[in-house]
Design a protein around this ligand. Structure first.
Ligand SMILES: [Mg+2]
Length: 269
């Protein structure tokens, strides 16, 4: 049976969850998602950091991980709201509960992302993905992107295409059309350090990487080079590992825009 994997990713999670809370529970009239807004670390401290931003804020090139001071310089009218981790945990749990109605093979990947093994669970994956996306919006108030493919890697790449509130497929047969023209930095697992190496080796697109002799990548980047080459070719055999949702907290990760060298900054991240 052909494998079917979904990757569900909440759009601007922290900001969306705060926006929903303000509208549905506090009776707020303004929707933070429509404003140039962001969730920021401690705003009293000069070194507070942007944890999430609205889509309008992206137009000002405000980036997750940059300092509040720098974001304010880009847009002095930026609306900043403090983080609310209890709310994020509740919202995350509500999402996983809804997703659990569709399969018991769910791997929570971060506080706002999950992989679903939908193999044999739906007649038409696209129809089911739209149903899930629309139910999340109608019942929980926030939007998600859903990537659909035959493995986790490609499903994750697909969910990152146009946002918000979209279903995208990225089957292996669609890689040349939908993935290979993308810059190498868009490939999963390629962080700042790998990107630097790959650029020095002259790679610009994922397709160029995919077409490369993997032995050359291994020579320059060891086993990591092989893994990157496999990802560029859509090769990923890893299974969706369902585990009970962690009782205490959630992990999330981001790549810092610069090297963090001191403890205080690291703690804020
Ligand atoms: Mg997300």
């Amino acid at each position: 049976m052909k494998k079917v994997i979904f990757h569900v990713d909440v759009n601007s999670a922290f900001l969306s969850w705060e926006a929903c809370y303000r509208i549905h529970h506090l009776g707020g009239k303004q929707d933070l998602r429509q404003l140039v807004s962001a969730v920021g670390g401690d705003q009293e401290k000069r070194h507070g950091i942007i944890l999430a931003k609205s889509i309008p804020a992206k137009k000002y090139h405000i980036q997750t991980g940059e300092t509040v001071v720098s974001a304010k310089e880009k847009c002095p009218d930026l609306v900043l709201v403090p983080p609310n981790y209890d709310l994020y945990n509740r919202s995350s749990k509500a999402l996983i509960k809804l997703l659990s109605e569709y399969t018991d093979k769910i791997e929570q990947y971060s506080i706002d992302e999950a992989f679903l093994d939908m193999t044999g669970c739906c007649q038409d994956p696209i129809t089911t993905a739209y149903e899930i996306k629309n139910r999340v919006h109608a019942e929980l108030g926030f939007t998600v992107n859903i990537g659909v493919s035959e493995n986790k890697l490609l499903a994750k790449m697909a969910s990152d295409f146009t946002k918000p509130d979209h279903v995208h497929t990225l089957w292996k047969s669609e890689m040349s059309e939908k993935m290979w023209h993308l810059p190498v930095g868009d490939l999963f697992y390629v962080g700042h350090a790998s990107l630097y190496k790959l650029k020095k080796l002259g790679f610009h697109t994922i397709g160029e990487l995919a077409a490369m002799d993997p032995a050359i990548l291994r020579a320059h980047m060891k086993s990591q080079g092989i893994l990157i080459w496999q990802y560029a070719n859509g090769i990923d055999e890893s299974a969706v590992i369902s585990s009970p949702p962690p009782a205490k907290g959630y992990g999330n990760s981001l790549t810092t825009p610069y090297d963090v060298m001191d403890c205080e900054t690291a703690r804020q991240y």
